[in-house]
Design a protein around this ligand. Structure first.
Ligand code: TIU
Length: 228
């Protein structure tokens, strides 16, 4: 087991039974003209997470973790988009409507793609999800069971919406979850800060949080031990 200096206490994980889950690093949230912008958000606020997620992906690829990327994405026929979800937000630009990057939050459209700097490799799993949580109406639970996964490392956007929802779903399913603090961002800095606090409060009621450097140091310590 590797040990990451984390809050509220050290996060223990076995790389062979751990997956990295990268949530919704899509153009629709991170670039101007997409879903995030249609809701009135300052999308530039998510930009700092991109190079950190890229570094996290590099680290996890080197250490052979299972890697899963999610996208918040609806079917082109919109049959999986509840009218209540579509009706929420900006009435002028709704999910499924045409925007500068194609139809908003629709699979196959340019805006739905993951930004180039953190793009999936061909052998990595990409899951489209119709909800905020990564387990709802997806094969994620089944995939993790088949792969023998017990711990999850989370990154992506936005911290308090799809990342937190997915972590809570995972926590209820018995996974130990670590959120990489600098590999996630919100349009609302105060919501990000509150989410990190609520995840690790009450003895880690949802999971653990740690910066990327702490995870890197855990891998480094294990590598040095194996060469000693
Ligand atoms: N609006 C917002 O902050 N987020 C979402 O709608 N989806 C995700 O977090 N991916």
């Amino acid at each position: 087991m590797l040990s990451v200096p984390a809050l509220p206490y050290a996060f223990q994980f076995d790389p062979a039974h751990t997956a990295l889950i990268v949530i919704d690093m899509q153009r629709d949230f991170i670039e101007p003209g997409g879903f995030g912008a249609s809701l009135g958000n300052q999308v530039a606020r998510l930009a700092p997470s991109v190079p950190v997620v890229a570094e996290l992906l590099g680290l996890c690829r080197r250490h052979k973790l299972l890697i899963v990327h999610t996208r918040e994405a609806h079917r082109p026929d919109m049959a999986d988009c509840p009218p209540a979800k579509r009706a929420r937000g900006n009435p002028a630009v709704q999910i499924g409507d045409n925007g500068p990057m194609g139809r908003i939050l629709v699979s196959g459209e340019p805006g739905c793609e993951i930004v180039a700097a953190v793009a999936p490799l061909v052998d990595e799993i990409v899951l489209d999800k119709p909800g905020k949580g990564a387990f709802y109406a997806t094969a994620l639970g089944e995939i993790l069971r088949i792969k023998g996964i017990r711990q999850l490392i989370f990154a992506g956007v936005t911290t308090e919406v799809c990342v937190q929802t997915s972590m809570r779903e995972a926590n209820d399913r018995g996974y130990d979850c670590l959120l990489i603090e600098d590999a996630t961002e919100s349009y609302f800095p105060e919501f990000k800060a509150a989410t990190l606090e609520m995840i690790r409060a009450q003895g880690g009621i949802v999971g653990w949080t740690a910066p990327l450097q702490a995870l890197a140091s855990a891998f480094q310590a294990a590598t040095q031990e194996s060469h000693a």
